[in-house]
Write a protein that binds this ligand. Structure first.
Ligand code: IPE
Ligand code: MG
Length: 230
C-alpha cells in the first residue's frame, strides 16, 4: 500500500486567535490565512497530492457577526478572482461543495465560473467546503435519495454520499489546537488518520505538512482488519 496520501483534508482553524494574539483585528487572520491556502495548494501539487479538501466556511460559521461574515465572503471572492488563473495554470481542478446558492448570486456565479474554467484539470482537485457541514451533507444527500424512492443497495447509498466528495481523505489535519471535527465531512472520515496541530492556520507552512506526511508514512492502516505482521 502506498505510504503517500492521495487525499488530504484540512480544517484551517485559528485565524482569529492568530490575529488577536498579535493585537490585530480578526479579519487580518482571515486575509493572511487565504494566502496560506494558496501556498499549501502549490506545495501539495509539488508533493504529488491528488486531492486537497479544505473547510472554508461551515454552515455554523454563518452565525458569526455580520461584519466578519461579510469579510470572509469577500476574501473568498477576491481569492477566486486572484488565484483561479494561477490554479488553472498549475493544473488544479477547483470544486466547491456546500450550499453555495445560500451565499448570494454574485459569489455562486464566481464559483461556477471558476469551476467551469478548471474542470478538466487533472493534477490536483481542490475541493473547498463553503457553507458546508457534515450534517448538511447527510440531509442534502438523504433528500436527493428520497426524490426517487427505490430500494437502495449499500453501493447506491455510498455513491450518493460520494457525489460531492468522490474519495475518502487519508489524512485530516486540523490546525489551531482544538481536537474536534466541528461538523466537517463526516461520512468520509470513517478511516481517516487525524492530525491535530497546535499551529494556527496563518502560521501553517510546508514543513508542518511534511511532518504530517512523515508521520503518516509510519502508520499501518488496517481498516478493521488485522495487521500484516500478524
Ligand atoms: C478559521 O479561523 C477560519 C474560519 C472558520 C472561516 P477562525 O476564524 O475559526 O479562528 P479562531 O478559531 O477564532 O481563532
Ligand atoms: Mg475557529
Amino acid at each position: 500500500m502506498s505510504k503517500k496520501p492521495k487525499h488530504i483534508a484540512i480544517i484551517m482553524d485559528g485565524n482569529g486567535r492568530w490575529a488577536t494574539s498579535l493585537g490585530k483585528a480578526r479579519h487580518v487572520g482571515h486575509q493572511v490565512g487565504s494566502k496560506v491556502i494558496r501556498e499549501i495548494v502549490e506545495c501539495s501539487v509539488r508533493l504529488g497530492i491528488q486531492e486537497l479538501t479544505v473547510f472554508g466556511l461551515s454552515c455554523d460559521n454563518m452565525a458569526r457577526p455580520q461584519e466578519e461574515l461579510h469579510y470572509l465572503l469577500s476574501v473568498f471572492m477576491r481569492s477566486l478572482q486572484e488565484y483561479t488563473q494561477e490554479m488553472h495554470d498549475m493544473g488544479v481542478c477547483l470544486k466547491v461543495i456546500g450550499d453555495v446558492q445560500g451565499l448570494g448570486c454574485e459569489l455562486s456565479k464566481a464559483v461556477r465560473d471558476a469551476e467551469e474554467v478548471t474542470k478538466t484539470n487533472k493534477v490536483l482537485t481542490l475541493t473547498v467546503a463553503l457553507n458546508f457541514s457534515g450534517k448538511w451533507h447527510i440531509h442534502h444527500t438523504t433528500q436527493k435519495l428520497l426524490e426517487n424512492p427505490v430500494s437502495l443497495s449499500d453501493d447506491q447509498i455510498e455513491q450518493a454520499f460520494s457525489q460531492l466528495l468522490p474519495s475518502d481523505p487519508d489524512i485530516l489535519i486540523r490546525t489551531g489546537g482544538e481536537r474536534r471535527l466541528s461538523n466537517f465531512v463526516l461520512y468520509h472520515l470513517a478511516y481517516t488518520e487525524l492530525y491535530f496541530l497546535d499551529v494556527k492556520w496563518p502560521d501553517f507552512r510546508q514543513e508542518h505538512l511534511e511532518s504530517v506526511l512523515a508521520s503518516y508514512a509510519k502508520v499501518e492502516r488496517r481498516f478493521g482488519n488485522v495487521g500484516v505482521s500478524v
